[in-house]
Design a protein around this ligand. Structure first.
Ligand SMILES: Cc1cc2nc3c(=O)[nH]c(=O)nc-3n(C[C@H](O)[C@H](O)[C@H](O)COP(=O)(O)OP(=O)(O)OC[C@H]3O[C@@H](n4cnc5c(N)ncnc54)[C@H](O)[C@@H]3O)c2cc1C
Length: 530
């Protein structure tokens, strides 16, 4: 790899760049050896970008036996049940463009549609519709209020979690009128739906979720709105991104246990499934989820990661939000049902509600499979259902539906389709969020993107949804971060050594631009060394 190269020809094709080289003595061109850890959307977009940049020889190590990671589309009838990503946040991003080109966008939806259009099911409990309305009037003002706090009162936003700020508002609401104990119990049940809305949205227990997330996260689109994909959805998007990647680049069922950077040679060696891989890499791009990094970083990296990186790994949140699909042979709900909000009330159905009753707050009808309900569980609900057996889930759901529909004839669901993300050692949860401790420490998600450097040059790089400064959580953030790190490697290899300067607009520029535009001085620039 020490052959001198004189001329670097840069051919810009469309939005991509192809790099051709010619050595002084006509030796074969030299390209860096690159390994990618993970074949989720970030790993695939890294690979895709490398190909655009003229590098088609790289290795992808994926612990699972499939691509997609947290995007997981399971075939069902004439479509796919999306266990993971299903919506696209905004139109100002490349994933929307891919989905639109492939005809995969079904609809524009409000983030609150499942609550706004819910059928509140409370069986023969003495719940009055006007009490539901009173509560929904109260909560309808909170979303805009919290967004306004996040925008205009940064100190308060950083200081409070959603649970804390809601509790203050809720106490105030209860004091405004002389509500009866029964009414308060109904409001408590409805407050669970409100909690779940935030917890689903941000995959977080709301007692740790910072209000500041509403400022930090930004898809540049209208607030509270996203695009729903159709019955093919992310299966189509993933296949499209993966299409040009050579099949022999993929090593499935290959878990990377250790990434060892040799400080003398600058080369990186991987231990995969207990074996040292003979190839020595110039760059390794890690796309493991933040959950995996939290649990395994101390074993995965030699030497250990720098202190600042570990601090970011520890303080940035990684939470739970999952879907459990319940199939019935025939729907027991009416044809025009959009979603069902079961409303067991303490003091009515029983003196004390159990965790399953408290966490089952929304079941949404799958529009193209109307005999299937998608139940969303988030926060502590995710762990709860992951720890339940299928039989237990079936029994508990049947009992709840019979009580809430006051109909003992409702049969048990015929099938349950779920993935138990928290139990998958290669994923370990759903997506990242902003914790209160992170907001108070002024740590941006972009801190996770800072590469491990040797003599000022990036060696081990980090992509993945959790590394994106404004679109963390999302497939878009994952996609953009993969391209960012491919650019970083190629820029370093050709730019530093051979005067190659990238000319297209990259995610790296996007990061600094946004920080400048939003005047957020604390965001650490992701391209500095630690
Ligand atoms: C229920 C749910 C709903 C969601 N809904 C949406 C949505 O509507 N819209 C949206 O945009 N996003 C959504 N998301 C989030 C989105 O799915 C993720 O942000 C995105 O898929 C993350 O991609 P990634 O490539 O960064 O990480 P991953 O998908 O986790 O990919 C990383 C890959 O690395 C592999 N890996 C990890 N460690 C190792 C190792 N040591 N060795 C080898 N392989 C390893 C993993 O197996 C995995 O395949 C949702 C997620 C969930 C769970």
């Amino acid at each position: 790899m020490s052959v001198s190269v004189r001329i670097v020809l840069i051919v810009i094709i469309g939005c991509g760049i192809t790099v051709q080289k010619e050595s002084e003595k006509g030796e074969p061109s030299i390209k860096p050896s690159i390994a990618i850890v993970g074949a989720g959307i970030s790993g695939l977009s890294t690979a895709r970008r490398l190909i655009e940049l003229g590098i088609d020889d790289f290795d992808i190590y994926e612990g699972l036996d499939r691509i997609g990671g947290r995007i997981h589309a399971i075939p069902y009838k004439d479509g796919f049940l999306q266990m993971g990503a299903q919506f696209i946040n905004g139109a100002e991003n490349p994933l929307y463009k891919i989905a639109n080109r492939l005809g995969l966008i079904a609809d524009v939806v409000s983030d609150t549609a499942h609550v706004d259009n819910a059928h509140f099911a409370f069986g023969n409990q003495n719940v009055r519709e006007e009490d539901i309305k009173t509560f929904l009037d109260f909560t309808s003002k909170l979303d805009p209020k919290y967004r306004s706090i996040a925008k205009h009162d940064e100190k308060t936003a950083r200081r409070y979690t959603f649970k804390e700020i809601f509790t203050l508002d809720y106490m105030h609401f209860l004091k405004t009128q002389n509500f009866t104990e029964t009414q308060k119990n109904v409001f408590d049940s409805l407050a669970r739906s409100f909690r779940s809305y935030w917890e689903f949205e941000w995959a977080a227990d709301w007692s740790t979720l910072s209000v500041h997330v509403l400022k930090e996260w930004n898809d540049y689109g209208p607030e509270c709105e996203s695009f729903a994909t159709n019955r093919i959805g992310f299966k189509g998007i993933l296949d499209d991104i993966a299409a040009p990647i050579p099949r022999n680049a993929f090593n499935f069922n290959s878990r990377v246990e250790n990434i060892n950077l040799n400080s003398n040679t600058g080369k990186i060696q991987l231990t995969v499934n207990d074996h040292l891989v003979p190839t020595e890499y110039d760059y390794v791009i890690v796309t493991s989820s933040l959950g995996v990094l939290k649990k395994y970083h101390h074993m995965m990296f030699t030497p250990p990661l720098p202190r600042q990186k570990i601090e970011a790994i520890e303080k940035i949140g990684f939470g739970g939000s999952c879907k459990v699909f319940f199939e019935w042979d025939q729907p027991f709900w009416s044809n025009n049902t959009y979603s069902i909000a079961p409303l067991p009330v303490r003091g009515m159905i029983s003196d004390k509600l159990d965790a399953f009753e408290e966490e089952t707050t929304i079941l949404q009808v799958v529009d193209w499979a109307p005999n299937v309900l998608s139940a969303w569980y988030a926060g502590r609900g995710h762990q709860l259902v992951d720890n339940m057996s299928e039989e237990e889930l079936k029994q508990r759901m049947t009992r709840l539906m019979r009580e809430m529909y006051n109909d003992n004839g409702i049969p048990p669901p015929s099938k349950i389709i779920r993935t138990q993300l928290t139990k998958n050692e290669l994923l370990l949860g759903s997506y990242s969020y902003m914790t209160q401790v992170q907001a108070l420490s002024h740590i941006s998600h972009s801190q996770l993107a800072i590469p491990v450097k040797l003599e000022g040059r990036p060696k081990i790089m980090f992509a993945g949804e959790a590394t994106h400064h404004r679109l963390f959580q999302t497939t878009i953030g994952g996609y953009l971060s993969g391209r960012r790190e491919a650019d970083r490697a190629v820029n370093d290899w050709f730019g530093t050594r051979y005067g190659f300067n990238q000319t297209n607009k990259t995610e790296m520029e996007d990061v600094s631009l946004i920080n400048e535009k939003r005047n957020v001085p604390y965001i650490s620039q992701p391209i500095t060394s630690i």
